[in-house]
Design a protein around this ligand. Structure first.
Ligand SMILES: NC(=O)c1ccc[n+]([C@@H]2O[C@H](COP(=O)([O-])OP(=O)(O)OC[C@H]3O[C@@H](n4cnc5c(N)ncnc54)[C@H](O)[C@@H]3O)[C@@H](O)[C@H]2O)c1
Ligand SMILES: O=P(O)(O)OC[C@H](O)CO
Length: 443
């Protein structure tokens, strides 16, 4: 009696989800109705590969029949916060078996010509200040109350400029169940008593919830206009993972963020994607300086080459769990460095500093209408951490950016500041009298 309607329902869902996506066919799995430990019916994926030109079930077929749909809240409503909220709200409508339709977006309330920004978003369905001209789904609800917006949420998507995170987290402390799962879309670090911390680790430690990250080559205005791009989501299953169909896992996250115009790859390397995302903003400032000086593409490429080296070195030194492959294989790695250095806000701010002879804060204020160039804060945090470790000389580009932004060091001196003065060892001739085994010289 029970199985018949359930099968019919299942077939209807599968029919809706047919796809002809050739590229990802090898990742697809046939849907199987299995029994879990509690003898409840759940759907799992078998390892059978499906022919690319046959109709296949997409990952949308992952259904759980015994759990309420996940309720999702986006914390933040800036340029990227609103864009990701749009992506998420589009997916919750299309996957009602998996997600609750309505997505709350916490908005730091402000008045726009006498009207509240939340009211404008909820009536005109546009964020006129931070993402003008983009229509938002009607199931995206702007909420000015942080605590009300997270009430009953199963998944929190953090997306604010990282300087505001500590205050938000302190307000949430004690008001969040430890079963909640989170994804941080922020790019930056937290530098404090615990040393240099990933923002996902900071959220995890402060709120006692599992937290992954989303990062990629994603200029928000392009994603908002639904121009194709890729991103990387990284998430590790928590120790108290409740099981497939019952808890957030890689498949659920793919369904939450993947759109036809926003292709998601889900991996485990939270540290790798977070380090790349935070530090590329510092490199982008240096890129903006040389571009603003009119030095052209060769100089910009040199900055990116040195910058990538320092990003990888930073990761290896302070987050040995991060994987070097992530930096060149994932959208969150070198691809993000390239896109940010081509057209991001950090590069714009730095170019403006070079051409208008203003400081970073003035440039940000004059150019960005309340948005944030995160490299300005990150270069200071990185400097503070490296100074604590007495390692500033090992990261000459990061240090040069800090000195230019905070100590008025002339940006024209970048080439000298980042010149690689690596010591190298010269073998003594075997036949000569033994003296010191090696001599250290500088190039
Ligand atoms: N914009 C992009 O293209 C992009 C893309 C990928 C990642 N990111 C990252 O996403 C994160 C969020 O960036 P964004 O572009 O959404 O923000 P943004 O730069 O547009 O910043 C504006 C936001 O900050 C909020 N704000 C201002 N004062 C505040 C306060 N006192 N407390 C709390 N919030 C306040 C504003 O209300 C607004 O929502 C950043 O770490 C950024 O690096 C941005
Ligand atoms: O505009 P930026 O410089 O903050 O960069 C935006 C994104 O991080 C690019 O992926």
């Amino acid at each position: 009696m029970f199985l018949i309607p359930q099968r019919l329902f299942c077939q209807r869902v599968i029919t809706r989800c047919y796809s002809f996506d050739y590229k990802s066919y090898i990742q697809r799995r046939r849907l199987k109705l299995l029994y879990n430990n509690n003898n409840t019916k759940v759907f799992k994926m078998s390892t059978t590969h499906v022919h690319p030109f046959k109709r296949v079930e997409s990952t949308q077929s992952i259904i759980h029949m015994h759990r309420q749909p996940f309720k999702v809240t986006v914390i933040g409503s800036g340029n990227w916060g609103t864009t990701i909220a749009k992506v998420v709200a589009e997916n919750t409508v299309q996957n009602p078996h998996l997600f609750a339709k309505d997505v709350h977006m916490w908005v730091f309330e402000e008045n726009i010509n006498g009207e509240k920004l939340t009211e404008i978003i909820n009536t005109k369905h546009q964020n006129v200040k931070y993402l003008p001209g983009i229509d938002l789904p009607h199931n995206l609800i702007a909420n000015p109350s942080l605590l009300d917006s997270v009430k009953g949420a199963d998944i929190l998507v953090f997306n604010v400029p990282h300087q505001f995170l500590p205050k938000i987290v302190s307000q949430l402390k004690g008001n969040i169940s430890k079963d909640v799962r989170a994804i941080s879309c922020l790019k930056g670090f937290e530098v404090g008593a615990k040393g240099v911390q990933l923002l996902s680790s900071y959220i995890k430690d402060e709120l006692d919830i599992q937290c992954g990250a989303l990062s990629g080559a994603n200029l928000a205005p392009e994603v908002a206009k639904e121009h194709w791009s890729e991103t990387t989501v990284a998430y590790q299953l928590p120790e108290d993972f409740k099981g497939e169909g019952l808890d957030v896992d890689h498949k659920v996250l793919k369904m939450l963020f993947h759109r036809p115009y926003f292709h998601v790859n889900v991996i485990d390397d939270v540290a790798g994607i977070s380090i790349a995302g935070a530090l590329k903003n510092v490199v982008a400032l240096a890129c903006g300086f040389v571009e603003g000086l009119g030095w052209g593409n060769n100089a910009a490429a040199a900055i990116q080459r040195v910058g990538l080296g320092e990003i990888i070195k930073f990761g290896q030194m302070f987050f040995p769990e991060s994987r070097v492959e992530t930096y060149y294989q994932e959208s969150a790695g070198v691809a993000d460095l390239i896109t940010t250095c081509s057209g991001g806000r950090n590069v714009k701010v730095a170019k403006y500093m070079a051409t208008k002879h203003v400081d970073a804060f003035e440039a940000e204020k004059e150019l960005l209408n309340g948005q944030s160039a995160q490299g300005v804060i990150t270069c200071k945090e990185v400097h503070e951490w490296l100074a604590t470790c007495e390692l500033t000389e090992d990261f000459p580009l990061f240090e040069a950016v800090f000195q230019i932004v905070y100590n008025k060091m002339p940006m024209e001196q970048i080439p000298e500041m980042i010149d690689e003065l690596e010591p190298f060892e010269v073998e003594e001739d075997d036949e000569e009298e033994p003296s010191a085994a090696t001599t250290t010289v500088r190039s």
